[in-house]
Design a binder for this molecule. Structure first.
Ligand code: ZN
Length: 510
């Protein structure tokens, strides 16, 4: 933020006819024509701004062609066509140098044509350009300040940042037509950035970047530069890639030692490795720095990095974090495939109660498969423990009748085999039952309590029956729900209601 920001508003430079001339080339240009005979026509070209009478050609409405006089590509429009519908808009940022500061005025510019009727004497049909204010960005050596224009004046914005990426409003709603695309913030044109040479930002490198970067990136770079003036060394030293990573947020700002005044120290890079380093991505930078820390006497750090990154930089850094030295990773890891298996092995071990027992097992593949099996076993074991625990707490929900008895499952296998024997889908409910999201109970004959008969699902919150099914969900025509089950369901509904009433009463008295 700049001190006394309001004073900046007293010096906003005006937009002049010169600016109007500058923007014309960013708008479509037209030839307003009238065919005069089978082979000739008259047209007014908005690009060379003159009438061409008796041209040896015939034009069609909306035809694109190159004006033979100015050699610019223009679009033919019939002279009597309603020209008001040709209105187009586009975003521009005009740069100015003011007292050593860089001002950028962001505006929406409109190109308009009036609908003047054609008269006997050829008239000039020139577009008019008008501007509306959008934003004002002001940069000085160590700070930036931006303003947003609304209700007829500029208002302070409390953060740094960049202009919007897409146009707001209806333009996109109607689909990205040529017209809408042109008017979006993504197509913003930055003009006159060369004035930066007359500001305190002359060493920022922003002008050098402007031929290959979008407006958004240049603004991001300026925002970064005013915070860390040393950023200029990155551009001058050819570290565009690192500048790029910083602008994209892929490399955190605090990864650069900004207080250093020497590029190598800023980057934490040795002179001999500089050519490789400037091509590095985020993971490789981290890898490089860790290696130098781990082996301060290493001779050829950059070739060590490239051997290691062939194995997969992300996996290598993960394995290193688990406690393996880089040199050992290279030796034991051998190739990318094996490193991925190794990383998966370690990830699985981390999920076991005993943790990682061997960082580099003698037989990696077997150790990997064993770890995967163990993880599956422990997952099942936790589930089994939960189901056994539930069997105890669900006892109050069990109701007996003269002939029928209810049981709560003691294990996950019981639920699965119930589903297999009765050929219904309860097997898929093991997880939800274990977690307590639902309740699965068995209804059996008192005379044969170990043989599956009916299975009931109860909603644990509302204490109501969700479903109650027997063999093949009674879908076969000769197998209907027996009367004893229908009666049981009625009794059980009342039974659950009683429990619910008791529960509610105890809540009320509590
Ligand atoms: Zn022309």
């Amino acid at each position: 933020m700049i001190k006394n920001p309001d004073s900046l508003l007293n010096k906003i430079p005006d937009l002049t006819d010169e600016h109007e001339k500058q923007i014309a080339m960013y708008f479509p240009q037209y030839a307003f024509y009238e065919n005069k005979s089978k082979t000739t026509c008259d047209y007014f070209c908005t690009s060379c701004q003159s009438w061409h009478i008796g041209e040896q050609l015939r034009l069609c409405h909306n035809q694109k062609f190159v004006c033979g006089h100015c050699k610019e590509s223009v679009e033919a429009k019939a002279l009597h066509y309603g020209r008001k519908s040709l209105e187009r808009s586009r975003k521009f940022g005009f740069c100015f140098a003011v007292d050593g500061r860089l001002y950028i005025r962001f505006v929406t510019a409109y190109q308009l044509f009036s609908d003047d009727l054609y008269n006997e004497n050829p008239i000039e049909i020139l577009p008019e350009y008008t501007f509306t204010n959008e934003y004002l960005y002001v940069y000085e050596q160590h700070a930036m300040q931006r303003f947003s224009y609304y209700y007829g004046s500029f208002h302070l914005m409390k953060s740094d940042g960049v202009i919007p990426y897409t146009s707001q409003g209806l333009a996109w709603y109607w689909g990205p037509s040529e017209k809408a695309l042109l008017s979006s913030w993504g197509q913003t044109v930055l003009l006159n950035l060369d004035v930066i040479a007359h500001t305190d930002l002359k060493y920022s490198g922003a002008y050098e970047l402007s031929d290959r970067y979008t407006v958004h990136k240049i603004l991001k770079w300026l925002n970064l530069y005013v915070r860390h003036n040393n950023a200029e060394y990155l551009i001058k030293g050819g570290f565009d890639r690192i500048a790029d990573l910083l602008m994209n947020g892929q490399l955190k700002l605090n990864k650069i030692h900004w207080k250093e005044n020497n590029l190598l120290k800023m980057l934490g890079c040795r002179k001999t490795d500089i050519h490789r380093f400037c091509e590095y991505g985020t993971n490789e930078i981290e890898l490089y720095r860790n290696i130098i820390k781990e082996e301060p006497n290493i001779q050829n750090a950059s070739s060590f990095v490239s051997s290691l990154s062939k194995l997969g930089t992300f996996a290598v850094n993960e394995i290193h974090d688990a406690g393996v030295k880089y040199r050992q990773i290279l030796k034991y890891g051998k190739n990318h495939q094996r490193v991925m298996l190794w990383k998966d092995y370690l990830d699985n071990c981390k999920r076991l109660p005993e943790g990682i027992e061997e960082l580099m097992p003698a037989h990696l593949e077997q150790a990997h498969d064993r770890a995967v099996e163990k993880v599956a076993y422990y997952t099942n074991k936790t589930e089994a423990e939960m189901i056994a625990k539930r069997a105890k707490t669900l006892k109050p929900l069990l109701m007996d009748t003269q002939n029928l008895v209810m049981l709560a499952p003691e294990t996950g296998e019981e639920i699965i085999s119930e589903g297999k024997i009765l050929k219904h889908c309860v097997g898929g409910y093991v997880n939800r039952h274990a977690r307590g999201d639902t309740v699965i109970l068995f209804i059996r004959h008192k005379a044969s309590p170990s043989i599956p008969y009916f299975t009931i699902e109860v909603n644990p919150k509302s204490l109501t029956i969700v479903q109650c099914h027997g063999y093949k969900n009674e879908r076969e025509s000769n197998y209907k729900k027996p009367p004893e089950i229908v009666e049981f369901e009625q009794q059980y509904t009342k039974f659950l209601e009683d429990i619910k009433n008791v529960r509610n009463n105890s809540k009320r008295t509590a």
